[in-house]
Design a binder for this molecule. Sequence first.
Ligand code: ADP
Ligand code: MG
Length: 626
Amino acid sequence: MQEKGTISIHTENIFPIIKKFLYSDHEIFLRELVSNAVDATQKIKRLASIGQYNGELGELKVEIAFDETAKTLTISDRGLGMTADEIKKYINQIAFSGAEEFVEKFKDSKDANEIIGKFGMGFYSAFMVADQVEIQTLSYQDDAESARWICDGSTEFEITPGSRTERGTQITLHINKDSEEFLNEQKLQGILDKYCKFLPVPIKFGTRNKQEPDGEEEGKPKYKSVEIDNIINNTSPIWTKAPSELKDEDYLNFYKELYPFTEDPLFWIHLNVDYPFNLTGVLYFPKLKNDFEIQRNKIKLYSRQVFITDEVKDVVPEFLMLLHGVLDSPDIPLNVSRSFLQADSHVKKINNYITKKVADKLSELFKSDRKAFEQKWTDIGIFVKYGMISEEKFYDKAKDFALLNNTKNEYYTLQEYREKVKVQQTDKDETVVYLYATDINKQDSFIQSANKKQYDVLVMNSPIDTHFVSQLEQKLDKTSLKRVDSDVADKLISKDDVVETVLNEEDITRIKAIFEKAVTKPNMNVEIESLHPDEFPVIVTMDEFMRRMKDMSQMGGGMNFYGSMPDTYKVAINGNHKLIGRILLTDNEEEQTALAKQAFDLALLSQGMLSGAELTEFVNRSVNFI
Ligand code: ADP
Ligand code: MG
């Protein structure tokens, strides 16, 4: 009894196409075949559990073995097996909606997943690496006869009675010339580690007939055949367990398993939903070191414990890409493609769910132990701020636990902070002005001046803060944020109490001319202001708006117009300072200029803006003064 037939696809050319277009992802054939074996194993277990199979289950494991000499790779399972009819139904009739459409649509595609997913041909991915594939199988059904299917990668196949005596399926790939790299232990181990590490059925990986050195014989090295076998997977990773079964240690150990040599995470969230979609997983908040760009793509996406991808961009909200961990959703097909993820409505729901969970967890941490939350804020803050900027829904939740910290190392919620500063820092238009420093060392003199006026100064020193500042300003009612060095302290928050000037019109013109001569740096505009006498004589500032636009364009905010503009500063001369009076009284022009230069350089120096030859000149001049 032998049957020959033609696989029902409409072109003879389909396999060459598969091979040609899928070159980049060849390795996924193993994922497809192993997961078929796992599926078959799960199915027999299920049949047994509902009483539809009463035989012995035996040792349910999937075995992968290769033989370098015979150039074969085999995947065997003790699953439910197939009858000859089932082979015809499930293997031969591939759901191609038309070869022409296929060729047309995917001639430029490099995404094997898209093709495999779309055309339901996981099994056929074997032909990417094999020029002959053989199935030996015995169905679990009573009185089933074993069957053998063999196909050489053309559309011709052959079904004959098989030789298998044990329930289950063995797939043998005769690896083609171009794919011999897959007959290598390290290579296979690597692929299995990537895709199969957490499969729910034990996976045994071995090499048959591996040649190992075995001493010498008549002066020549001798080899012996060895078999290597081991179970390579963890069948019940923690995300499949109930949170109540797990201790902190389990989560930490799993983290180490996923990311060896990484510092312990700050905390984690165990996800577990079954309605309206299925999702399990554990997300970890890593310790960040501000170099967060590098740490992306650390979350691994699984579908029923089969690894799919670590490019979770479309599944996880952008701002949570910095998290680590695993997500598992059977609603996401194994051979999922990019375009599928983007369009899928489950994925959108998953996205919202994760956002909500993360917000809830943070809120809970904040409420249960505020001190600890504050201590972790440097790390957590990056996620929170990023989230508040990019997701409206997250902002609404996070506004109650997001913290602002000031130069005194105190932490406030947004609401607390407003209460704290509103009396001192409301300007004459009823706007509350929040002051912030981006570099507490460089901006120290400004911070001190602000503090003298009873103003508080926030610290906004992470890269994300540039955007966060704008976001706060948009979201908070009647609030503006100013960097502490964006103007002289008296003017940062404009109030009605103007400081009277001691200079008359003529003095102002004279002193302006003196300073304009002394300030030789370009793009420095001298302005005479009437400040408190105990403020510095000269203060160099950059306008808040201008600086912010420049920061944004530097971060790639698209405002290149500002990015290309030179840095422009205001050189505020404190007309009420004693030194100004002294300069005016000096009749030696040279000395006037020297004093003005000295005062200007001191202002630059206090902001770390004096260096090189200018600094040397300043030091020399100072020595002369002494
Ligand atoms: P999918 O797994 O998405 O159904 P595949 O092309 O991977 O598509 O497999 C086609 C079908 O062949 C499977 O649905 C299953 O019925 C059958 N099959 C494949 N491998 C096995 C196996 N090892 N044991 C039993 N049936 C199998
Ligand atoms: Mg499959």
